[in-house]
Design a protein around this ligand. Structure first.
Ligand code: SF4
Ligand code: SF4
Length: 145
C-alpha cells in the first residue's frame, strides 16, 4: 500500500521540479542560431598568418613541431624565388591536437595562432589533417579554402 502511495506521489513531485525550473533562466542556448560568447583566451582551430605584403610568415623553422606534445605538426621546407625558406608543406592533424597553444608560443615569427573557430566537425578522419592552404589566412578578396 505504502509503495502504491509513493508511486502516486512521484508524479506531482516530478511535476513540481519541472514547474520550479520554468521560472529559472535557461542554461542552454538555441545553438546554432545562438552562439556562446567565447572566453578571450579560447583556443580553437589554428591559422597561419601573413605579413604586411601578404606573404606567408612561416619560415619552416620547425620549432612549433618540436614544441608540440602531440606530434601533430608536419612540414617540409622549400625555397622561394627570393631564396627565402618557407613551408612547402605544412599540415596539422587537428584530431591529435590538444589545443595547448605551445606551437603559438614557440613560433619566433608570429606565424601560427589558435583562433576562435570551433565548428569544424567532419565525417572523415582525413579531413582533420589541415593543409597549409586551408590554414593560411586568405588574401583580401580570396575565398577561404
Ligand atoms: S596546440 Fe598544442 S597540440 Fe595542437 S598543434 Fe599546437 S602544440 Fe600541438
Ligand atoms: S609556424 Fe612558426 S614555429 Fe612553426 S615552422 Fe613556421 S615559423 Fe617555425
Amino acid at each position: 500500500m505504502l509503495n502504491y502511495i509513493n508511486s502516486l506521489l512521484a508524479i506531482p513531485r516530478g511535476l513540481l521540479v519541472t514547474f520550479k525550473h520554468l521560472f529559472k533562466p535557461a542554461v542552454t542556448l538555441r545553438y546554432p542560431e545562438v552562439k556562446e560568447k567565447l572566453p578571450e583566451r579560447y583556443r580553437g582551430l589554428h591559422y597561419l598568418a601573413r605579413d604586411e605584403n601578404g606573404d606567408e610568415k612561416c619560415v619552416c623553422c620547425g620549432l612549433c613541431a618540436l614544441a608540440c606534445p602531440s606530434g601533430c605538426i608536419y612540414m617540409e621546407p622549400g625555397e622561394n624565388q627570393r631564396g627565402e625558406r618557407y613551408a612547402r608543406v605544412y599540415e596539422i592533424n587537428e584530431l591529435r591536437c590538444i589545443f595547448c597553444g605551445y606551437c603559438e608560443e614557440a613560433c619566433p615569427v608570429g606565424a601560427i595562432f589558435l583562433g576562435k573557430e570551433y565548428e569544424f566537425s567532419n565525417d572523415k578522419r582525413e579531413k582533420f589533417i589541415y593543409t597549409k592552404e586551408e590554414l593560411l589566412v586568405p588574401l583580401p578578396g580570396e575565398k577561404k579554402v
